[in-house]
Design a protein around this ligand. Structure first.
Ligand SMILES: [Mg+2]
Length: 237
């Protein structure tokens, strides 16, 4: 079972990947029928983050996983400027270590039953001078969880990433609509053009377009997916 996992990616940056990755980790740890399932977390590179900032993706992932290994193992490479990792590294007079993007995963493969990886930016955003998120997902042999906000345009953004991923030989395990802001819970209180109604309609339409790939919604600040998804099964392929 070692080496199982999921690569959480997005249709863009800022679409709620970290919230989704954290909720997947929590779900795996809570709902696992196997006591003691070891869940690893990995962020190959981060930009716009200083390693002592608890709001950073790596420390959120690490806390969700129960603080296994070390924060440095979660994210071996981080750069301060809030721009793409290769440019952020260059701004610091450094460069992203392309091999370490892959090799940093090995400690987790050894120490975990399932590893949840969060990319940086969207699926075709660069992680290094010569490496896109899609390249690392392929090299780590992990299926994708594609995240979008559900805002207007979600169907087009999501299908573009799902179809491009498949054209690259990647497998899409699930799509998650991640509400990056609060939306009305009560459909009756929401107009057809309201944010909540659009997000619900988009999730339903995407599900039809990519059937049988599961589509779930993660509400703002929520910890449960709607509907629930068996992440362990998806991670094991
Ligand atoms: Mg993130």
């Amino acid at each position: 079972m070692a080496g199982c996992g999921l690569f959480v990616t997005g249709t863009d940056t800022g679409v709620g990947k970290t919230a989704v990755a954290v909720a997947i980790v929590a779900s795996l740890r809570q709902n696992s029928h196997q006591a003691g399932l070891r869940v690893g977390v990995y962020k190959p590179v981060a930009s716009g983050w200083k390693p002592d900032d608890a709001s950073g993706d790596a420390l959120q992932l690490w806390a969700a996983a129960g603080r296994p290994l070390s924060p440095e193992a979660v994210c071996p490479q981080s750069f301060a400027a809030p721009i793409s990792p290769p440019r952020s590294a260059r701004a610091a007079g450094r460069c992203v270590d392309e091999q370490l993007l892959r090799d940093g995963f090995e400690a987790w493969r050894r120490a975990s039953d399932i590893v949840i990886v969060e990319g940086a930016g969207g699926l075709f955003s660069p992680l290094a001078e010569k490496t896109l998120n899609a390249d690392v997902a392929r090299d780590l042999n992990l299926p994708l969880v594609v995240v979008d906000t559900g805002r207007l345009g979600a169907i087009g953004r999501t299908l573009a990433v799902v179809r491009a991923a498949r054209a690259e030989g990647l497998r899409v395990a699930a799509v998650v609509i991640s509400h990056v802001e609060p939306m009305p819970h009560d459909p009756a209180a929401d107009t057809p053009a309201g944010l909540g109604a659009i997000a619900r309609a988009n999730a339903a339409d995407i599900a039809e377009w990519i059937d049988p790939v599961p589509v779930a919604v993660l509400r703002h600040a929520a910890s449960e997916f709607e509907p629930s998804i068996d992440w362990a099964q998806l991670a094991r392929g």
